[in-house]
Design a protein around this ligand. Structure first.
Ligand code: MG
Ligand code: MG
Length: 246
């Protein structure tokens, strides 16, 4: 699906709401704070900016953000978990403005973390930007995954296979998917107006995942740390335009 200029303007506005959710939750995430409190911070941003949540009620999801600490990869439900010094925390946020969606995630250190944890966060963010650099018209979509995978694996990490990025627009999850690895074929040719959420999930250990009994929380099968970064990006005539940055 290709979006026209007025659609992209709405997606930009949704992206700016997501960027503010990031800023506020990052400021609030300190040792002793619960993940439920971070959800409340994000809700305040949505309400104040007149946006709605694409996470709340999605297949019954009960919150406006996902909070995934330490070995949790994605889809953690905000609740009574109290952040501790030394945790890493992944926060995934989404917003809808006039029917158009934004979706972005980051992983942060809570207080002082180990050098290994800090490196995982840095490499995962770098892998996202390597993927974004591939979103150029005429290029093939799966070059994104190839670039992400190269950065993650060069550092000795692995990329998750079971969960992937996606096209985004009037729904949060549209086709095609955007794998974070080379899937064996180049995929569709990129055209101006296409919009994707690129979202590497990088594990310090193996790529295998496990779903917890709550039906949402995805953790690493080997208990290793995991990080997650995501932006919503439009393919434009002038190259990739990241919609979820201020
Ligand atoms: Mg997301
Ligand atoms: Mg996403």
């Amino acid at each position: 699906m290709r979006r026209n200029a007025s659609e992209l303007a709405k997606m930009r506005r949704a992206g700016l709401v997501v960027a503010e959710m990031h800023e506020r939750t990052r400021e609030a995430a300190r040792p002793g704070v619960t993940t439920r409190e971070l959800d409340a911070v994000a809700r305040e941003v949505l309400e104040r900016r007149g946006a709605t949540s694409n996470f709340l009620g999605y297949h019954g999801f009960p919150a406006v953000i996902c909070t995934s600490p330490n070995d949790m990869i994605v889809h953690g439900i905000p609740g009574s978990y109290r952040l501790e010094e030394g945790d890493i925390l992944s926060v995934d946020c989404g917003a809808v403005v006039e029917g158009y969606h934004g979706d972005a995630a980051f992983t942060m250190a809570v207080g002082e973390v180990t050098a290994g944890a800090r490196q995982l966060i840095e490499v995962t963010e770098r892998s996202l930007w390597a993927g974004i650099d591939q979103l150029v018209k005429g290029n093939r979509l799966h070059e994104v995954g190839r670039a992400v995978q190269a950065v993650a694996e060069a550092a000795g990490y692995s990329v998750v296979r079971e969960y992937v990025g996606h096209a985004i627009g009037t729904a949060m999850h549209e086709q095609p998917q955007v794998p974070n690895y080379w899937p064996g074929s180049p995929g569709p040719t990129l055209k101006t107006g296409m919009v994707f959420a690129v979202e590497p999930m990088v594990n310090m250990g193996g790529p295998e995942t496990r779903l917890l009994d709550d039906g949402w929380s995805v953790v690493t099968a080997d208990g290793s740390l995991s990080a997650h970064f995501e932006h919503t990006i439009a393919v434009t005539d002038d190259g990739p335009e990241v919609l979820t940055v201020p």
